[in-house]
Design a protein around this ligand. Structure first.
Ligand code: FAD
Length: 457
């Protein structure tokens, strides 16, 4: 009997799943394995919101495998030791897994390859599982990666993604390979109250609903904060309950300007992945240094605490930060604004903000989070690194009637008209009746401080 192990990582699905497909095609039996990796937990990535989503994904994956005659094997510990242990227990001679981009994922792959080969086993690593176009597949003539999105996107569009693979009809797991019990979402504490549900079935339901209608208006409405008119598929793409290749094929089939603009965002995801793959240190250090000497004293810490709590006194910033606390998710326009506010208006290190986002975001993802933070801070790939987003101008444009602010900042619910964005302008008695803070910083002072720091004055 020929046995293979299919190691699931950021690809927790049965549809369009090249490692599982290859493991089951080439052999009679397959061990579908997920390792709860001690090192990932130890590095501070075990945020409760993501653990809850992960628990949903593992239950759903197990259910999908059971309906095909198999089941999921869950182990926890050192990923390399556990894979080798399961391979030995099941007498498997090969392991299939997806490639990934972070420095950690690449070191894991190299370690696993060495350990398996040392035991006479093979590791097969599959591209186009976690990205549409693998990092390094398209490069400019003079570099190992694209640092500018537009030319990257042109090349990205020229490549035809591989065909979508069907889910296996049956999965035969060899007897005698034990599994730990699957984690229980209800045992977790400190979850965002309105956290999304995980799992492949939920991801596929959301994708189908999105492509049936709302995607058509994506191009016009994606920046409308109150309209909430984006796909909210990011956690499913992060955990791989949806395949980015399948998402692109199906969106293109849906067609129209909305779908095209949605596909462009999926290309942004690949773009950041190819940057991080080429510059793994960019997860923690400036991609392009601007020689910042970020504020770090007590005042800066207090400002950062107000930002995290959604009490900066700028209603749009506070609404966004409270959405993050409540849902474990934030709208992209709001992420851009809050990141610009922390790094530029308050001049606090982007790593402080990136860490806070990773502690809460259900889609928290090293490549997307760190590279977008660097973009917003002007240390990344943005070609206009010193632009500063003004929260009042952003409010006028993306929340003109204040619906988003009233939704998330109950203290301002009764404030009518545009004053909801500038409560400090309300007449004395009305202002003092509100339990809402004064602005932590004057916008003009914040801007001047940033320009001085960047040598722009
Ligand atoms: P949609 O607008 O429906 O877009 C579809 C998909 O395209 C998203 O699900 C996502 O996978 C991808 N995408 C969209 N915008 C971007 C982008 N700017 N960069 C890369 N991919 C994109 N995204 C994450 O998935 N994880 C993160 O940790 C993360 N952190 C961010 C931090 C900051 C400071 C900023 C500015 C952006 C961050 N993003 C992150 C990117 C983006 O905000 C989210 O992907 C998006 O808001 C998710 O909502 P959606 O699924 O409705 O997106």
């Amino acid at each position: 009997m020929h046995v293979s192990v299919a190691l699931f990582t950021a690809d927790l699905r049965l549809h369009d799943q090249p490692p599982l497909r290859a493991a089951s095609d080439g052999s009679g039996h397959v061990v579908p394995l997920f390792v709860r990796d001690r090192a990932v937990d130890g590095a501070g990535f075990a945020a409760p919101n993501r653990l809850a989503f992960l628990a949903d994904c593992l239950h759903d994956l197990d259910a999908g495998l059971r309906s095909r005659g198999g089941h999921l094997v869950l182990r926890s510990g050192d990923v390399v030791e556990e894979v080798c242990r399961v391979a030995a227990e099941s007498d498997a001679d090969e392991v299939h897994m997806a490639s990934d981009v972070s420095a950690y994922a690449r070191a894991r792959e190299a370690r696993l390859r060495r350990a398996l080969e040392g035991g006479g086993r093979r590791l097969h690593v599959h591209d186009t599982v976690t990205t549409v176009v693998p990092p390094g597949e398209v490069t400019p003539a003079s570099s190992d990666h694209f640092a500018v999105f537009t030319p990257y996107f042109r090349h990205w569009c020229d490549l035809r993604p591989r065909d979508v693979l069907a889910a296996p009809r049956t999965v035969r797991v060899p007897d005698g390979v034990g599994s730990e019990p699957l984690p229980d979402r209800s045992a977790l504490t400190d979850l965002s109250p309105a956290l999304a549900r995980g799992g492949e079935a939920e991801g596929r339901r959301r994708l189908a609903a999105w492509l049936r209608g709302p995607v058509a208006r994506y191009e016009d409405r994606h920046d409308d904060l109150a309209g909430d008119a984006t796909s909210r598929l990011s956690p499913h793409l992060h955990f791989g309950t949806l395949s980015p290749v399948e998402v692109v094929h199906r969106a293109r089939k849906a067609g129209g300007p909305g779908a095209e603009s949605f596909v462009r965002q999926i290309a942004w995801r690949d773009f950041h992945r190819q940057v991080l793959a080429a510059r793994p240190a960019a997860s923690a250090t400036d991609y392009r240094t601007r020689h910042d000497r970020w504020r770090s004293g007590r005042d800066a810490r207090e400002d950062a605490a107000a930002w995290k709590a959604g009490r900066t006194g700028y209603p749009l910033v506070d609404a966004a930060m409270r959405q993050l606390l409540h849902e474990g998710w934030m709208h992209n326009r709001a992420r851009l604004l809050t990141a610009s506010f922390l790094t530029k208006t308050l001049y606090v290190d982007w790593r402080v903000g990136a860490r806070h986002f990773l502690d809460l975001l259900v889609d928290g993802d090293v490549a997307n989070n760190q590279m977008n933070w660097q973009w917003a801070a002007g240390t990344g790939t943005d070609s206009r690194p010193n632009r500063v987003l003004n929260p009042l101008a952003q409010a006028r444009r993306y929340d003109p009637d204040g619906t988003y602010v009233r939704r998330w900042v109950p203290e301002l619910k009764e404030v009518s008209g545009r004053a909801v964005h500038e409560p400090w302008k309300l007449p004395g008695a009305e202002r003092s009746a509100l339990d809402y803070p004064d602005p932590v910083v004057d916008l003009a002072e914040g801007l001047a401080r940033f320009r001085r720091a960047r040598g722009r004055e």
